[in-house]
Design a protein around this ligand. Structure first.
Ligand SMILES: C[S@@+](CC[C@H](N)C(=O)[O-])C[C@H]1O[C@@H](n2cnc3c(N)ncnc32)[C@H](O)[C@@H]1O
Length: 172
């Protein structure tokens, strides 16, 4: 199951909420086939992507939990539907916080088996101020049902309530 709920429109909304300006250096963690990296580049951002299994030349092969970038390398980290897939959301928050400049932004949308409030608290514990949060569970349901129908869904139900959260956070 590749991609993320809402597609390009969702990516544009995250950008709009962030207020990032052209030229900002952005890393897409878990960039997949690089669709969002190419979108960001086309809008004038200095975007790059990292993924365990890159789907195109626009994305570098690597583990975003141990990205290898120096501290404070990026103005923003964006991640869509990938922190959960990594299996270690706290480690993903820690690594994104490390590679952000002071005041840098994390643009996150992801599947959560914790509540929105618990996700907010987790982000705060790793040194982020949450500037904006939205529950996009309805969008996720639609996306997941389509994937089930197409035979590409691969999330294993774990008996916990699943939500989809959008967060815009600032590194404190
Ligand atoms: C559901 S896909 C989403 C891809 C992309 N963000 C998008 O929206 O199209 C999740 C991606 O996260 C990547 N991923 C998961 N854990 C990773 C890790 N530790 N390091 C790098 N990539 C990872 C997977 O390889 C996969 O491409």
């Amino acid at each position: 199951m590749k991609g993320h709920p809402g597609g390009v429109a969702h990516s544009l909304r995250m950008l709009e909420l962030s207020g990032l300006e052209k030229g900002a250096k952005i890393l897409d963690m878990g960039a997949g086939n690089g669709e969002t990296v190419l979108l960001l580049q086309s809008l004038g951002f200095a975007a790059q992507g990292i993924d365990l299994e890159p789907g195109s030349d626009a994305v570098r092969q690597g583990d975003f939990l141990h990205s290898g970038y120096a501290d404070g390398s990026f103005d923003a980290v964006l991640s869509q539907c990938a922190f959960f897939v990594s299996g270690d959301i706290p480690a993903a928050l820690r690594e994104s916080h490390r590679i952000l400049k002071p005041g840098g932004l994390l643009l996150l949308s992801d599947v959560c088996f914790i509540t929105g409030e618990e996700l907010r608290q987790l982000a705060e514990r790793w040194g982020f101020a949450v500037l904006h949060q939205e529950d996009l569970t309805a969008l996720w349901r639609e996306y997941y049902i389509e994937a089930l129908w197409a035979g590409t869904a691969d999330c294993v139900p774990c008996g916990k309530k699943c939500t989809y959260q959008l967060l815009i956070c600032r590194k404190e």
